[in-house]
Design a protein around this ligand. Sequence first.
Ligand code: 5GP
Ligand code: ZN
Length: 113
Amino acid sequence: MDCLFCKIINGEVPSTKVYEDDLIYAFNDIAPQAPHHVILIPKQHIASANEITAENSACVAHIFEVIPKLAKELGFAENGYRVINNCGADGGQTVNHLHFHLVGGRQFGWPAG
Ligand code: 5GP
Ligand code: ZN
């Protein structure tokens, strides 16, 4: 399968690893939108949030368990941060492997652009 994030998981495409375990992989975004911009992905290829089911959602729960740990480690938990999932064309998804952006280290505006 020609999937950029699957290639990052298997090391075919290099990345700066922030966290890894059996279920998930996290790395720094190549074009950071904040002082800290980490991408968290399941190791299983799930194309988008539309493909999350009762059977494969454990990795999503796990990602949300790891997020506060990373935020604390990276030093922006106290000030706050944002977790983003872009789904599909209108959502602005550009890589079709489910991922969550964890961004911190600056003030974010709302509503999102
Ligand atoms: P999306 O727009 O699909 O929500 O997010 C995809 C993210 O992947 C973007 O923030 C983009 O900068 C990041 N990205 C795209 N290609 C690469 C790459 O080769 N390496 C890394 N580390 N990030 C990438
Ligand atoms: Zn993939």
